[in-house]
Design a protein around this ligand. Sequence first.
Ligand SMILES: *[C@@H]1O[C@H](CO)[C@@H](O)[C@H](O)[C@H]1NC(C)=O
Ligand SMILES: *[C@@H]1O[C@H](CO)[C@@H](O)[C@H](O)[C@H]1NC(C)=O
Ligand SMILES: *[C@@H]1O[C@H](CO)[C@@H](O)[C@H](O)[C@H]1NC(C)=O
Ligand SMILES: *[C@@H]1O[C@H](CO)[C@@H](O)[C@H](O)[C@H]1NC(C)=O
Ligand SMILES: *[C@@H]1O[C@H](CO)[C@@H](O)[C@H](O)[C@H]1NC(C)=O
Ligand SMILES: *[C@@H]1O[C@H](CO)[C@@H](O)[C@H](O)[C@H]1NC(C)=O
Ligand SMILES: *[C@@H]1O[C@H](CO)[C@@H](O)[C@H](O)[C@H]1NC(C)=O
Ligand SMILES: *[C@@H]1O[C@H](CO)[C@@H](O)[C@H](O)[C@H]1NC(C)=O
Ligand SMILES: *[C@@H]1O[C@H](CO)[C@@H](O)[C@H](O)[C@H]1NC(C)=O
Ligand SMILES: *[C@@H]1O[C@H](CO)[C@@H](O)[C@H](O)[C@H]1NC(C)=O
Ligand SMILES: *[C@@H]1O[C@H](CO)[C@@H](O)[C@H](O)[C@H]1NC(C)=O
Length: 858
Amino acid sequence: MFATFRLLLLLSFLSLLTSAQSEDQRQILLNLKSTLHNSNSKLFHSWNATNSVCTFLGVTCNSLNSVTEINLSNQTLSGVLPFDSLCKLPSLQKLVFGYNYLNGKVSEDIRNCVKLQYLDLGNNLFSGPFPDISPLKQMQYLFLNKSGFSGTFPWQSLLNMTGLLQLSVGDNPFDLTPFPKEVVSLKNLNWLYLSNCTLGWKLPVGLGNLTELTELEFSDNFLTGDFPAEIVNLRKLWQLEFFNNSFTGKIPTGLRNLTKLELLDGSMNKLEGDLSELKYLTNLVSLQFFENDLSGEIPVEIGEFKRLEALSLYRNRLIGPIPQKVGSWAKFDYIDVSENFLTGTIPPDMCKKGTMSALLVLQNKLSGEIPATYGDCLSLKRFRVSNNSLSGAVPLSIWGLPNVEIIDIEMNQLSGSISSDIKTAKALGSIFARQNRLSGEIPEEISMATSLVIVDLSENQIFGNIPEGIGELKQLGSLHLQSNKLSGSIPESLGSCNSLNDVDLSRNSFSGEIPSSLGSFPALNSLNLSENKLSGEIPKSLAFLRLSLFDLSYNRLTGPIPQALTLEAYNGSLSGNPGLCSVDAINSFPRCPASSGMSKDMRALIICFAVASILLLSCLGVYLQLKRRKEDAEKYGERSLKEETWDVKSFHVLSFSEGEILDSIKQENLIGKGGSGNVYRVTLSNGKELAVKHIWNTDVPARRKNSWSSTPMLGNKHGGGGKSKEFDAEVQALSSIRHVNVVKLFCSITSEDSSLLVYEYLPNGSLWDRLHTSRKMELDWETRYEIAVGAAKGLEYLHHGCEKPVIHRDVKSSNILLDEFLKPRIADFGLAKVIQANVVKDSSTHVIAGTHGYIAPG
Ligand SMILES: *[C@@H]1O[C@H](CO)[C@@H](O)[C@H](O)[C@H]1NC(C)=O
Ligand SMILES: *[C@@H]1O[C@H](CO)[C@@H](O)[C@H](O)[C@H]1NC(C)=O
Ligand SMILES: *[C@@H]1O[C@H](CO)[C@@H](O)[C@H](O)[C@H]1NC(C)=O
Ligand SMILES: *[C@@H]1O[C@H](CO)[C@@H](O)[C@H](O)[C@H]1NC(C)=O
Ligand SMILES: *[C@@H]1O[C@H](CO)[C@@H](O)[C@H](O)[C@H]1NC(C)=O
Ligand SMILES: *[C@@H]1O[C@H](CO)[C@@H](O)[C@H](O)[C@H]1NC(C)=O
Ligand SMILES: *[C@@H]1O[C@H](CO)[C@@H](O)[C@H](O)[C@H]1NC(C)=O
Ligand SMILES: *[C@@H]1O[C@H](CO)[C@@H](O)[C@H](O)[C@H]1NC(C)=O
Ligand SMILES: *[C@@H]1O[C@H](CO)[C@@H](O)[C@H](O)[C@H]1NC(C)=O
Ligand SMILES: *[C@@H]1O[C@H](CO)[C@@H](O)[C@H](O)[C@H]1NC(C)=O
Ligand SMILES: *[C@@H]1O[C@H](CO)[C@@H](O)[C@H](O)[C@H]1NC(C)=O
């Protein structure tokens, strides 16, 4: 009886306690709710004033209704965690906030969460250092990876966490520290992730004591020293990753005992010796040791690994054969053993399960044929076997693989022809087949491989014509067919490949006339038609291209050399064409008969020449235009690309008269003034906009035509008499700057008093506009950098998708920002030389834009 009473008393006391406690808990949790923000309105729906806290979504209680866990992982939460109140939850053991956008500092109050066993703050956006948490002695799982913590991590806090099972603090930008020796005492650890958190020097002694480890990663650090042999004691490891450090020495003897290993990656170190320790690791799924100094043979046993899916050993000094059965057992994904000295043949069965995505064996000494099995490998995306000694015919069906993006067979002794199967190669972007023994014709079906960007079939024995359908390849940027046995005429349709920037058809037997459509390539940068049998006159359209490489030598061209190609005639680009004649008495070319000369004295009045010419008016403008073009293309598809003013054809016909231009040169159209003249925006009756630059001739500053403009003119700034130097310089620049990035000069209009240059109008685009509107008196570094990167991006766009490095020759200060148009303007703002930009593109990343510049004194 009494006992029962006591029990009742106790129970009611407990329930009082818990209900009081429950109100506190609610306060704490509602406080948490109010400090955090999230986009999922449903998440906190159950967190309200009436519900029991133990039914709040993500909250777990023990049998006494005391909160033990809060799990709000991956809920798009942001805000600062209120540890001061959270740690007042008396039974809190588990906090899971991973994969959110939590920010701010983690406060010292976290030290009060003394019962915590599980803390996951990983994958967030915190800042500042992580506080000392030595009081959290019961910790078992600590996930702080990729959370933005910096400074020094409180490694000594780990010393009291003797029960720690999993520790993940990688991917944080800590200050450089040695690998924490504190972890060596954590004998129960089974998971240790310390990659990419700025650890240096050598690994601590004793790591081999952590025999419970199954997962050990410390990649992307600055660790040095011989790779420790102790590691071989970690028999339970299934994942060991230490790539991208500076470890030296050999793969330790005894590694063979780590037979549970499935994932092993020691790439990008300085390891030497051979791979013989690996031959017993039969459970490996992924084996990577690329970019080391390893030598010897690939153990033949690797060919028997039943679970192997990925093998990457490129850039070592390996010799001998590739085990022939490699990849034939599991769902093999890729092999990359490029850049070694491997011999023998390509293993035939790596795509046996139909899952292989990449076969990369470039630059070895492999011989034999390409196994026909790869022609059936529908999953294959990258097929690269270049620079070996492969022979025999390329399996025809390889050309038609539906997912293949790159076929690189160059520099072998391969024969066969490019088959009509290519019609199904819808993903194919690049063909590199240079220097082989391919023969046959280019199939008409190539026109259906519409993703093609690069086609290099040079130095083979391909014959026949270029198929007419080539014009369908709208993305084609580079076409190299030189040194083959191609004949027939160059199809006019090539002019429809409006992305072409690099064409080399030299050393073939092409005949007939050069199609004038070649002059309409908007992006052409390089054209080599030399050593063919091309005849007829040089199309006038070609004269308006401004190329960094132009070669029509050794053909059978006849007739007058267009005046705009005088420079080319001098540098040999037209030599070996005995039928060409010159109007301007160019050495080594006979003079044309008088009748073919053109009427000369046009200076007096108005000359409109429909020139599609270049001027890097503003690299930024070009970039914006390219960007706009790309956006438009994305928005409207191909149609709008065609309509873009990039089409040179439209320049031949001027859609305006000089009268219309002259009428528009008035104050309200003025958009800019600068060192060299005024710039007006002219909207034509057809709605088209033009930019017109007006330069006064300096010898007549007093006589101004009121009808044109009443604003002060700038001619007097440029002393020295005679006709405007600016004008001459600009026209001169237009015919000498060689670059594919064009701002069109439609015409020039001159009179005795002044000169007008009529350009295409770039909205908001020009650097000058920018300077003008921002009224900045000088270009700051950021702006300069921005402009250079803009230019680089513009160029990159032109070279988009190139697999091979593109090093742009012409990107330098003199033709990016300092053409004759901009120079005086920049000088106006107290700046002379500005920027040098380099565009270097490599196969993996895309663009590296390097810039440097300086402000000229004075
Ligand atoms: C509180 O949450 C519960 C569970 O989601 C819901 O049924 C109840 O309507 C909510 N109460 C209020 C006042 O919002
Ligand atoms: C947290 O909750 C999610 C979703 O309910 C669950 O998948 C995950 O396992 C939980 N995490 C932990 C550590 O309990
Ligand atoms: C997070 O949630 C999204 C869906 O809401 C899911 O796709 C994603 O895989 C989750 N991420 C993690 C790491 O759990
Ligand atoms: C990083 O932290 C998350 C939790 O935020 C965890 O799920 C994941 O396994 C950790 N990654 C590594 C490599 O430790
Ligand atoms: C570990 O715990 C002991 C006793 O609880 C304490 O004295 C010591 O300061 C703790 N160590 C650290 C590094 O906090
Ligand atoms: C390395 O860590 C940084 C954060 O410090 C992160 O942004 C980056 O993605 C990590 N690198 C890799 C390869 O995960
Ligand atoms: C590793 O463990 C052994 C045996 O338990 C012990 O003698 C040694 O001191 C430990 N090494 C370190 C560095 O903790
Ligand atoms: C190698 O690791 C360093 C340090 O984390 C990092 O900066 C660098 O980007 C890594 N290199 C590669 C190729 O991932
Ligand atoms: C590998 O394991 C065997 C058997 O446990 C042992 O005898 C041998 O010494 C180990 N090898 C090395 C090199 O540690
Ligand atoms: C081809 O491979 C050899 C070594 O086998 C190498 O020296 C050479 O540079 C490679 N050529 C190209 C163009 O990659
Ligand atoms: C054009 O091609 C021929 C033959 O392939 C080559 O010899 C010549 O150097 C190339 N012209 C230029 C300017 O590179």
